[in-house]
Each structure stands twice: as C-alpha cells, then as structure tokens.
Design a protein around this ligand. Sequence first.
Ligand code: FES
Length: 111
Amino acid sequence: MSAEPPVRKLNSHLFVCLNERPPGHPRGDCKSKGSEELLLAFKTEVAKKNLRTEVRAQKAGCLDVCEHGPSVVVYPDNVWYGKVQLSDVAEIVEAHLIQGHPVERLRIPGK
Ligand code: FES
C-alpha cells in the first residue's frame, strides 16, 4: 500500500478575469483591457517571490464587475481590485499577498 501524496494547501487564490466580449459590447470586457498580460505578470511575480506553494494566480471568467476591469479578486480574503494595471502587480503581491495588507486605492468600492 502506497502513501497518499500530501495535499497541497494554498493560502491564497488570485483570480484575474479573462472574459472576452465582441468589440463594442456595452459591458466591455477585461481581456481587451489587458488582463491576459496582467495574469502573466502575476504568475511571474508569484514565481519571482517564491510564493508558488502559497499563492496561485489563475484565470477566471467574468467576475461581474466589468465596468471596473481589469478585475482581480483574492480569496479567501474576498478582496476585489479594479482597474488593475501591470504597474500594480508587484505592489499587490508584496503588500497584500506577502504583508497581508490589501492595496486600498485599488479596491472596488462596495465589494
Ligand atoms: S468581463 Fe471582467 S468582470 Fe466582467
């Protein structure tokens, strides 16, 4: 009888909306606002900070806060970020995921 491999427990999941809509759609979408590059930047930053055993950055479908896109949510903290830019990635990883302090200026009001 072989032992089961240990279950990997992540501390945080960071979801980036990669939803795409046709051009001109009234709700817009996060992908056309650069969320694919954003997800790649989060993955790169998580790896650079050696956080891959604690944090997973991954794609999500529409998070239903399209007007705030590119949209990001961090669980289990339930912290929602809007209009996230590539220049914000290192700050979110360092301040929120490492230090535990969400980046207030990027939070979506009311979420
Ligand atoms: S398209 Fe990204 S939140 Fe809806």
